[in-house]
Design a protein around this ligand. Structure first.
Ligand code: HEM
Length: 233
């Protein structure tokens, strides 16, 4: 095995190696979430804008599958790294907590695990809803409303019809709330792990994380709310 690969494996074996993997994959997912939100907000610019954007993505062809594969690998690595870290922490944890901060830290990470698992369930539901179109007719080639051009979805009509069902919108809003709580804590943790959080920068980083997470939350929920209130139809 080449020495570089050997040292990478040895590094990953350490707790900090796993933390860095979780931080970097988390950062990549934050990038995806920002991009996906900006793309979705094109809904407010009208059907041509968002359907044109969907067509551009569709036209990437094999590169799109490469991006999807990369995204999937990032999600899997993030989860595997987290599970291994939790195991390591459990193995190293003393029977009784000596100091309260340990208890606080593990409480925060427990919340991260539950919000993380909910996000995973949401992503599976979301893919089934729009991408695989299970239980709806978005992929039915005979329904012209769902096709902007042959083989390219009319994402505008899909999103409007999807969020016109109140309980679907309610489910999205709850999931997005949990996701932003995960993002807010995760954002600050990335800086901590990468050694960028000092006594001077810790508070501004936490504030930045909260501003980002809530901005992202309101940006996203504006879509189901606009549909439900008839602002987009
Ligand atoms: C209100 C919020 C959201 C809306 C309106 C939305 C909309 C969509 C739509 C319409 C598609 C399918 C596009 C197509 O088939 O052409 C899609 C795909 C996807 N969305 Fe979302 N989304 C939202 C939030 C999220 C969130 C929070 C996540 C991740 C946690 C996410 C992850 C994904 C993924 C992974 C795909 C599949 C991408 C692909 O097929 O390559 N979405 N989204």
């Amino acid at each position: 095995m080449p020495p570089l690969v050997q040292s990478l494996i040895r590094f990953y074996d350490s707790s900090i190696g796993k933390k860095i993997l979780v931080a970097l994959t988390g950062l990549a997912m934050i990038g995806f979430l920002i991009g996906h939100l900006l793309g979705n907000l094109l809904l407010f610019a009208g059907p041509e804008a968002i359907n044109g954007y969907a067509k551009k993505l569709h036209d990437l062809g094999p590169a799109l599958y490469l991006i999807r594969g990369g995204l999937l690998a990032i999600v899997v690595l993030h989860i595997v790294g987290t599970v291994q870290l939790v195991r390591l922490n459990r193995a190293a944890r003393p029977q009784k907590y000596a100091v309260d901060t340990v208890r606080q830290a593990s409480k925060a990470s427990r919340i991260m695990i539950w919000s993380g698992l909910t996000i995973l369930a949401f992503v599976v539901y979301h893919l089934a809803h729009f991408t695989w179109a299970l239980g709806n007719s978005y992929r039915d080639p005979s329904i012209a409303r769902y096709w902007a051009s042959p083989g390219v979805h009319n994402v505008y009509n899909m999103v409007v019809d999807g969020f016109n069902v109140w309980w679907v919108s309610a489910f999205y809003i709850i999931a997005l709330l949990l996701l932003s709580s995960h993002l807010s804590h995760g954002f600050a943790s990335v800086f901590q792990t990468l050694g960028l959080a000092t006594t001077r920068t810790r508070r501004p980083i936490q504030v930045l994380g909260m501003v980002f997470a809530w901005g992202w939350f309101f940006g996203n929920i504006s879509i189901p709310l606009a549909v439900l209130f008839g602002l987009v139809s």
